[in-house]
Design a protein around this ligand. Structure first.
Ligand SMILES: [Zn+2]
Length: 125
């Protein structure tokens, strides 16, 4: 649990989690990701390569914005108060918005409601 971090940037509307699995082999990390994605419905964890100052490769688990809430829900409340800051998502949430273009309700993730006014279909136009 100590080896993970929540990257939260309300200004850029970015949120993600990295799990420092650097000590594990690529195969093991891939297996872990498989397990996570199976266990937690809708989760989309992926592998990311990191290089240290000696240019040695290691692998971490990356959980992107649409999966962060699902992951935190699954993990539950921190069992140590000192880890609470890792749960501080500063109001980041699933937001249901009515699209200004097509009037259909759509879901996106962000820090406030003004962030997105059009659904993904209408933004393509
Ligand atoms: Zn729309």
């Amino acid at each position: 649990m100590g080896d993970g971090c929540l990257n939260c940037n309300p200004k850029k509307s970015v949120i993600s989690i990295s799990l420092a699995t650097n000590g594990f082999s690529k195969t093991d990390v891939e297996k872990l990701i498989c397990k996570l994605n199976c266990k937690i419905e809708g989760l989309n964890a992926s592998i990311q390569e990191r290089k240290n100052h000696k240019r040695e490769k290691s692998f971490i688990i990356y959980i992107g914005s649409s999966s962060v809430l699902k992951f935190l829900d699954y993990v539950g409340e921190p069992f140590l108060k000192s880890f609470s800051y890792k749960w501080d998502i500063q109001g980041y949430s699933e937001i249901k918005t009515i699209c200004k273009c097509c009037n259909r309700e759509f879901i996106h993730y962000g820090f406030n409601k003004e962030y997105r006014v059009k659904c993904s279909e209408c933004r393509k136009k």
